[in-house]
Design a protein around this ligand. Structure first.
Ligand code: BES
Ligand code: MN
Ligand code: ZN
Length: 505
């Protein structure tokens, strides 16, 4: 989709569809003050409002003939009450409007917003949210052409946002660039997670990562099993040894060109289990297919890297993604096996289904060797976190206040929300092993925290580190305006925004 700004009156803007954002009064009746210009050309807005033809209720749509406006059709979209306006309510309104635009076959759209009612948000944020809302809403799963048959309706090809003055226009165009990057990073993550596990093997994931790196100007090196053996990565090799698919460690780096001065180094680590059967500690078969999404952390991190590189944010990036498949087999690791990890620590494997932490341990150690300023990892790590927080929140563990705050703030802004969970000495006690340095599971309770404690064993305590357990929000079984069933792409926008905040301060 092409986004541009324009400064004509809404009534004279030429388009297939003129979308008008209508704020609501306290009784949900539309606020008409910003739309005097449309009153005459649409044949009396007040009469239409009085007849309850349209209102300002959030996400409510009303399609009207263009009348004497220059648009073929006019679509009012409710933005909700002014006091409830937020980045997310704007995204949702644009999501609803753009779906209807596609349904009615509109190719060129003009968007008129009541700028005087959007007081709290900068024009850049408004534009960013409009782009995100429209683009996230139009994503269809199966874009890798697994669905045969007739082609679906095309999306609108252009949007023009009407702005009151040149300064707001400039701000808005900055917002478009950011919004496009954020939306595309999220969609990239969604697409990876939705791909079937026979197609998205560890090798295929590393190819997709390499292709993205080439497009966006990151360097990418993929380490194969011989190299993993040299590095002593018993965690990654152990989990992968029950699969016919070769295990990989994807490493990417990025540095924006032409930025002077010493840039901080952000290390991003993502769990890339392309399918998690549980291994010998095999999972029940109901809903096991959802475990194709067990590379949701990897997808989030790759999506975040894509956004950061696209926007040339002033940071250096190190991306580390271990990619494996967890299968039961004659070669698979057994409960009771002891693995030697890259850090030198030994791990007693008591449950082969607690595999994510084993591969992340080696990846975190690898990332830590570069002494990054921050390490953020994302992983669909524990069912326990899903039980505790549901699908709306990721679990947040952070050993550093500033990093934790950045993620919390980014979560609010992107609506990829996080909630802090505890991680203390007692959680480390849970994973003491009688025969090795540590074991890979704790007792039944506080499973998200004992998993986080396991990861912390592989992070230098002087390095600022945050762990996001995205087992809940990475996947949705109910469609919403901004996201169909399946992968949500959760984490890409969150992590990119947190890095953007950290880099700017
Ligand atoms: N990938 C799962 C966690 C998961 C569960 C993600 C549900 C998304 C939805 C992870 O590898 C796992 O199996 N964890 C176990 C750990 C347990 C054996 C300590 C779990 O949470 O049950
Ligand atoms: Mn598992
Ligand atoms: Zn898993």
């Amino acid at each position: 989709m092409r986004w541009s700004t324009g400064s004509v009156k809404p009534s004279v803007a030429k388009a297939d569809l003129l979308v008008v954002g209508i704020t609501g009064q306290d009784d949900d009746r539309p606020r008409l003050r910003p739309w005097r210009d449309l009153d005459k050309t649409l044949g009396g807005l007040k009469a239409l409002a009085d007849g309850q033809v349209f209102d300002g209720k959030a996400d409510k749509l009303h399609l009207l003939p263009g009348g004497r406006t220059a648009a073929a059709w006019v679509l009012t979209v409710g933005l909700g009450k002014v006091k409830d306006l937020s980045p997310q309510s704007l995204r949702k309104a644009l999501a609803a409007a753009s779906r209807r635009a596609r349904a009615v076959g509109a190719r060129t759209c003009v968007l008129a917003l009541p700028w005087s009612d959007l007081g709290d948000m900068t024009a850049e944020a408004v534009a960013r949210c409009c782009v995100e809302g429209a683009e996230l809403a139009l994503f269809r799963p199966g874009s890798e052409k697994a669905k045969t048959g007739k082609d679906a309706k095309p999306s609108p090809k252009s949007w023009k946002l009407l702005v009151p003055d040149a300064a707001i226009g400039r701000e808005a165009r900055k917002g478009f660039v950011a919004g496009e990057a954020y939306a595309e990073g999220c969609l990239f993550a969604r697409d990876l997670v939705n791909r079937p596990p026979n197609k998205l093997t560890p090798v295929a994931l590393s190819r997709a990562a390499r292709a993205m790196a080439r497009r966006e100007g990151l360097s990418c090196t993929v380490l194969g099993e011989p190299m993993l053996r040299k590095l002593g990565m018993g965690g990654i090799l152990g989990v992968g040894q029950g699969s016919r698919q070769e295990s990989k460690l994807i490493v990417m780096e990025f540095k924006p060109r032409g930025v002077r001065g010493k840039l901080p180094l952000a290390a991003l680590v993502g769990k890339g289990v392309t399918f998690d059967t549980g291994g010998i500690s095999i999972k029940p078969s109901a809903n096991m297919h959802e475990m194709k999404g067990d590379m949701g952390g990897a997808a989030a991190i790759l999506g975040a890297a894509m956004i950061i590189a696209r926007l040339r944010l002033p940071v250096r990036l190190l991306v580390v993604v271990p990619a494996v498949e967890n299968m039961p087999d004659g070669d698979a690791i057994r409960p009771g096996d002891v693995l030697s990890m890259a850090s030198g620590k030994t791990v007693e494997v008591l449950n082969t289904d607690a595999e994510g932490r084993l591969i992340l341990a080696d990846a975190l150690h690898y990332a830590g060797k570069r002494k990054p300023d921050w390490i953020v990892d994302a992983a669909t790590l524990t069912g326990s976190c899903l039980v505790a927080l549901g699908h709306e929140f990721a679990g947040l563990f952070a050993n550093d206040g500033k990093l934790g705050d950045a993620l919390r703030r980014a979560g609010g802004e992107t609506f990829e929300r996080v909630w802090p969970l505890p991680l203390v000495e007692e959680h480390h006690k849970e994973i003491e092993s009688p025969i090795a340095d540590i074991q890979n599971i704790g007792s039944r309770n506080a499973g998200a925290s004992s998993a986080a404690a396991f990861l912390e064993e592989f992070v230098d305590e002087k390095t600022a580190w945050a762990h996001l357990d995205i087992a809940g929000p990475a996947w949705t079984s109910t469609a919403s305006p901004l996201c169909p069933k399946g992968a949500t792409g959760f984490g890409a926008r969150l992590v990119a925004r947190a890095v953007e905040l950290l880099a700017g301060s």
